[in-house]
Design a protein around this ligand. Structure first.
Ligand code: PGA
Length: 249
């Protein structure tokens, strides 16, 4: 069975002080969660977050990782740097990176490889824009993004990867895909994984989250869908009570 995984994506929010306050409130609220709980935090908060969540069921994540091992890449962060701080998960290819920072299917693939090579578990984001949805391109976009992200990734690594299906039009907008729609679209991604690898791999090894305005009100309906294995939570991950309610859907 695929264990549900709920990850907070803090984006560019919280200084160290805010990190300490939020996590201190969150720890007791999610201590009995059945889902795997992850917080993906800004680089500058990673060390403080790691200290606070030590010994709890909350796992540490980052929001991006560079593909090179080291070198002249001003402003970038390597997998080794994250591993040294105890990071376990890393978001790769978020639509905000694709939209504002020139992320492509190829750089997503390079980052996924770099993460896996160092034992980090990438949360690989895919999802269509509103224009692509209205143009009937959902399937072709998702098949392309998924296929490219997993290029040259060995089957043995699938259990260390998570896919997040995030329709771009649902991120931070308050518009959620209906649970049925999210489920059906995630099925397209799972079928793609079955074709790229094998049916058993897709059914049993790959966890696929939904992301996009997931909150305490819609979490249980989304999580009840058979294809949805968790959530990548932006806005609602910034409030301890809200995030805990999503975690415990
Ligand atoms: P949201 O963000 O929950 O604020 O829509 C989700 C995400 O971008 O990961």
């Amino acid at each position: 069975m695929r264990q549900p995984i709920i990850a907070g994506n803090w984006k560019m929010n919280n200084t160290i002080a805010g990190t300490k306050a939020l996590l201190t409130d969150l720890i007791p609220l999610v201590a009995d969660a059945k889902a795997e709980v992850v917080v993906c935090v800004p680089y500058t908060d990673i060390a403080a977050a790691g200290e606070i969540i030590k010994g709890t069921n909350i796992k540490l994540g980052a929001e991006n990782v560079h593909w090179a091992e080291k070198g002249a890449f001003t402003g970038e962060i390597s997998a080794d740097m994250l591993v040294e701080l105890g990071v376990e998960y890393v978001v790769v290819g978020h639509s905000e990176r694709r939209q504002y920072f020139g992320e492509t299917d190829q750089t997503v693939n390079a980052r996924v490889k770099a993460a896996l090579a160092k034992g980090l578990k990438p949360i690989i984001c895919v999802g269509e824009t509103l224009e692509e949805r209205e143009g009937g391109l959902v399937e072709s976009v998702l098949v392309r993004q998924t296929t490219e992200a997993f290029k040259d990734i060995d089957k043995s690594q699938l259990e260390n990867t998570v896919i997040a299906y995030e329709p771009v039009w649902a991120i931070g907008t308050g518009k959620t895909a209906t649970a049925q729609d999210a489920n059906d679209t995630i099925a397209i991604i799972r079928n793609t994984m079955a074709e790229l690898y094998c049916k058993d791999c897709a059914e049993n090894k790959v966890r696929i989250q939904y992301g996009g305005s997931m909150n305490p009100k819609n979490a249980s309906e989304l999580m009840a869908m058979p294809q949805i294995d968790g959530g990548l939570i932006g806005g609602a991950s910034l409030k301890a009570v809200d995030f805990s309610q999503v975690v415990k859907y």
